[in-house]
Write a protein that binds this ligand. Structure first.
Ligand code: ATP
Length: 513
């Protein structure tokens, strides 16, 4: 990460703490690694992101319903899903720095560097030639072809080693690629070991193996095991989807980068059940829909890109990520996977119960195929927070820090500020608050100079400030200040609702998707 971006990220993190968005967990005991708490403003922003997702799924699609499954599930669930045997990450330690890494991520780092080299060549050539043909260039330029060949070779070897569970070969690949630890700079590596990411605990009072249960590492399985319950009781017809928002837990090997990679986090997942053979068309459908959902927030379309998976998970026949341009670069924000009938079939096998759909048109039973969309709520939060955070230099030479959070997601929509704490201004301000509080989350503040209060609301991302002054007492007008433009206008007290309504409305945002 370049220094400037590094600093910006640090500033975002300290801003999040200073303004009650995110605190390190159990901070008075020096925190718990990769676990965070959401503060009074963070929880509002998080809830608004949830609402944006939940309403998109369940209001805008009449064939999608939601559930809320338990975190604890029968332990066989995780046998069937493959997590007990295969939810492993290969880890490796550098003996000098004593730092731990994911072996596959070290190797992917080499691939990323080669990809960057290709992009540089493309950029150079695009500047030189007028009718530049990217596809042609990628297949004919000798240097680029050589880089690509190297990428394919590395990928092939990594995929093979991971597929066979051959950790010695993975280590050899790290040695052959001459990968050095970014901290110590040495190539003094341990062997690569597999590490299962699931947290386990015991249920009941007898701590033997039979009672071992897991904290779910993904919410999806709660949907699969309820597939027939929902289909039958909801009389759902294929294609249909089940959505869920909930906690997931992973004992991540490398858990850095703030809330990007946590050990306890939240997922927003939707499993869409389709007829076998139709999964690819639905996969493309959801890929496009989900990108549109993200882009509609207005954080900049250039900040999103697809990343197709070359190494498919054991259950998938197609998969891609939607990546976001986080402060540390483009990283996965959401995964879209065509999961075939792997999960339902596997649960049929392990439970001995049929998990099939009866198609009355064809008079046939079948196990549906599934297309999954899975986005991390905390990563969504980070994408919103990091791109909303702006350090601005104003015309008068002063600085301001403002969170330009999309208005419908902002923790508070409007701050009501009596200019002074006397002359009946607070009472008048309360009157306005009582007018607005049923429609919008309002914030009331009467302490400090008005300029200071504006700055504080900017830092919290409040889209509007309504100021009550002596003129208000005479003619029932107030000033309303816009967070982004800082422009103020004098309007009738009764007009405030209609002025802010459209821009802060979740419904209006949803209509744009
Ligand atoms: P990664 O490759 O970054 O570990 P993943 O491919 O394992 O992620 P999925 O299993 O596809 O992730 O989970 C779906 C989504 O859940 C991810 O796109 C991400 O937004 C979120 N997610 C996964 N792991 C974490 C984590 N440790 N902390 C926060 N969010 C996470």
């Amino acid at each position: 990460m370049a220094n400037q971006e590094d600093n910006l990220f640090k500033n975002v993190i300290s801003h999040a703490k200073e303004y009650g968005f995110i605190f390190p967990s159990s901070e008075i005991y020096d925190g718990l690694s990769a676990v965070y708490d959401y503060g009074q403003n963070g929880v509002e922003l998080k809830n608004n992101i949830k609402e944006y997702w939940w309403k998109f799924m369940t209001l805008l699609h009449e064939n999608i319903v939601g559930i809320d499954a338990a975190i604890f599930m029968h332990p066989t669930t995780w046998k069937a899903s493959g997590h007990v045997d295969a939810f492993n990450d290969p880890m490796i330690d550098n003996k000098d720095s004593k730092k731990r890494y994911r072996a596959d991520q070290l190797i992917e780092g080499v691939i990323e560097k080669l990809e960057e080299k290709i992009e540089k060549e493309v950029e150079k050539a695009a500047k030189r030639f007028e009718n530049f043909d990217r596809t042609m260039f990628l297949t004919t330029n000798a240097r680029v072809v050589e880089y690509q060949k190297k990428i394919d070779e590395i990928n092939e070897r990594m995929k093979g080693a991971l597929g066979r569970g051959d950790m010695a070969d993975l280590k050899q690949l790290i040695v052959d690629l001459e990968i050095a630890d970014p901290i110590s700079g040495t190539k003094n590596w341990t062997e690569v070991r597999q590490f299962n990411l699931m947290f386990s605990t015991e249920m009941g009072s007898v701590a033997d193996d039979a009672n071992k249960i897991y904290l779910r590492p993904e919410t999806a399985q709660g949907i699969f095991v309820n597939f027939l319950n929902v289909q039958k009781t909801g009389r759902m017809k294929i294609p249909f989807g089940i959505a869920q928002i909930g906690k997931a837990f992973r004992n991540e090997i490398v858990a850095r980068q703030f809330i990007f990679r946590m050990r306890e986090f939240e997922q927003m997942e939707m499993q869409f059940f389709v007829k076998p053979g139709e999964e690819m068309q639905w996969y493309e459908f959801w890929k496009a829909k989900r990108l549109k959902w993200h882009q509609t927030l207005g954080l900049g379309t250039e900040n999103y890109r697809y990343h197709d998976h070359l190494n498919l998970a054991h259950y998938a026949n197609a998969a891609c990520d939607i990546q976001f341009n986080f402060p540390m670069g483009f990283r996965e924000l959401e995964g879209i996977h065509s999961r075939t009938d792997f999960d339902l079939k596997s649960h049929e096998k392990f439970s001995g119960k049929k998990l099939q759909y009866f198609d009355s048109e064809d008079n046939q039973n079948f196990v549906p195929y599934v297309v999954e969309t899975s986005v991390g709520l905390d990563r969504m939060f980070l994408s919103v927070l990091a791109s909303a955070y702006k350090e601005e230099k104003l015309e008068d030479g002063s600085d301001r820090v403002v969170l330009k959070i999309p208005a419908p997601l902002a923790p508070n929509k409007v701050a009501i500020l009596p200019l002074m704490k006397k002359d009946g201004l607070p009472e008048k301000a309360m009157e306005i608050m009582n007018l607005l509080k049923f429609d919008f989350r309002c914030f009331y503040e009467e302490k400090d100079a008005i300029g200071k209060r504006y700055r504080r609301q900017d830092a919290l991302g409040t889209p509007y400030c309504v100021t009550v002054d002596h003129q208000t007492l005479q003619d029932n007008t107030v000033t309303i200040r816009d967070r982004d433009t800082m422009k103020q206008q004098r309007v009738a007290m009764d007009a405030v609702r209609s002025i802010i309504q459209e821009s802060v409305s979740m419904a209006e945002l949803l209509k744009k998707i």
